[in-house]
Design a protein around this ligand. Structure first.
Ligand SMILES: *Cc1c(COP(=O)(O)O)cnc(C)c1O
Length: 424
């Protein structure tokens, strides 16, 4: 496979873009990232013209794949030709908000922003403003975007910033606990309950290997937060409109959070984030309340139109049946391959998320620390490049999810399983 153009573009990029990329994870593939020329249904074509089955799917946003239905492209084209944005409100923002509130029962009101990071930043600020408290509980190894309050590592007693440039004083307000560990969550509430503004959790940990909640885990968090007057914030930036269909993961698990953050799919492939919840909480945001929030591009008409058309298409067609059925086929097929070969690896995921984590003991991961013990180098340096050579584009590293889109076909699944069978 000739990838000379990608290598040359990366070489040029290294001079003018930090690390050659605009988002860190894109630089992870060995020995250099693949530059994309275009998408085509469930495939991407790289800068050298090689075509791959694409399971990256923009790292989550592309529920419908690379060929958007006509209604999405025509509404995007009309919006861009009418002047892309105005700094004044438009009907389409109202329509998308109406759609989301109709399908996600815990969400009565929304504020659209421009990225998942912005959504979680605003959620933390709102939770602090609403409760008058400072501390936030997060899951160890979780990801809520590039924000000061959640870029932490360590445990409840020893939280420290996970990045340079963040004062230790931020980490002092953040309490990481292991996912799925009820006792650990109860303990921090016993000790700090009156100071905890919120628990921020992905309903399914989808940024580090895909870890599903054990039965009742979210009910436990719901109980603790309610009892102590803290907010339960579901970060559904990945799971929103993917896991649990239009009702999102909170519908699937039948848990009602106080606030929900969205991103990725809700913008139909354009930059987006959103924060939603009960009116009584949401109205603490400015201009009604006193928690400041604003953004020049927020509620961008092109993004709103793409999100609205994508989601109404998903509501009218059998998109979730299709992507979830292919997800089941992939996970079943991968389990058979791993079992046949007697490998200790774990096939993880739900709905349209899937991944093979290179666990060493055959035990499915219960939290992100378990995922972190996987055979990362084998995945990155041996396995992934061979899959790419076979025409299968997987996530950039061992930890990121892989995503099924409506554009994927049974043939894509079969080709992918054949490649796993050869390469594993
Ligand atoms: C992607 C992601 C974010 C950050 O969203 P950006 O749009 O990249 O800023 C936040 N939380 C979760 C769970 C995510 O997967």
């Amino acid at each position: 496979m000739n990838r000379d153009t990608s290598r040359e573009l990366y070489d040029r990029a290294l001079d003018v873009l930090v690390g050659g990329v605009n988002s860190s994870v894109r630089a992870a593939p060995q020995p250099y990232p693949t530059f994309v020329r275009k998408g085509d249904a469930g495939h991407v074509v790289d800068a050298d013209g090689n075509k791959y089955v694409d399971w990256v799917m923009g790292l989550g946003p592309l529920l419908l794949g690379h060929d958007a239905p006509e209604r999405v492209t025509s509404s995007v084209q009309r919006r861009t030709s009418e002047g892309p944005m105005y700094g004044m409100p438009t009907e389409v923002e109202v329509e998308l908000a109406e759609f989301v509130t109709r399908h996600v029962p815990s969400v009565e009101m929304l504020r659209f922003v421009n990225s998942g990071t912005e959504a979680t930043v605003s959620a933390v600020r709102l939770a602090r403003g609403y409760t008058g408290r400072s501390k936030v509980v997060v899951m160890e190894g979780g990801y809520h975007g590039a924000q000061e309050s959640t870029l932490v590592e360590g445990d409840a007693e020893h939280a420290r910033p996970s990045s340079a440039g963040i004062p230790q004083s931020f980490a002092e307000h953040t309490i990481p606990v292991p996912f799925n560990d009820r006792a650990a969550a109860s303990e921090v509430f016993e000790e700090h309950g009156d100071d905890i503004a919120a628990v921020l959790v992905e309903p399914v940990m989808a940024n580090k290997g895909i870890v599903e909640p054990q039965d009742g885990y979210h009910d436990h968090l719901r109980g603790l937060t309610r009892e102590h007057g803290s907010l339960l914030v579901f970060d559904e930036v990945i799971t929103g409109f993917r896991v649990g269909g239009l009702a999102c993961a909170q519908g699937k698990f039948d848990v009602t959070p106080d606030l929900t953050t969205f991103g990725k799919i809700v913008g139909g492939g354009f930059p987006v984030g959103a924060l939603g919840g009960r009116t009584e909480v949401m109205e603490h945001l400015t201009p009604v309340g006193d928690v400041f929030q604003a953004g020049t591009f927020s509620g961008h008409p092109v993004t709103m139109a793409a999100g609205l058309q994508t989601l109404t298409y998903a509501a009218e067609k059998d998109v979730y049946d299709h992507v979830n059925a292919l997800g089941d086929d992939l996970r079943d097929g991968l389990r058979d391959i791993v079992d046949d070969k007697g490998l200790p690896y774990s096939v993880v995921g739900t709905d349209s998320l899937f991944k093979v984590v290179f666990t060493r003991d055959g035990e499915p991961p219960e939290n992100t620390a378990d995922v972190g013990k996987a055979a990362v180098d084998r995945w990155n340096r041996v396995f992934r490049p061979q899959m790419q050579e076979r025409g299968i584009m997987l996530a950039q590293n061992q930890f990121e999810s892989q995503f099924v889109s409506d554009a994927h076909t049974q043939a894509d699944v079969d080709a992918t399983l054949d490649a796993y069978d050869d390469v594993l």
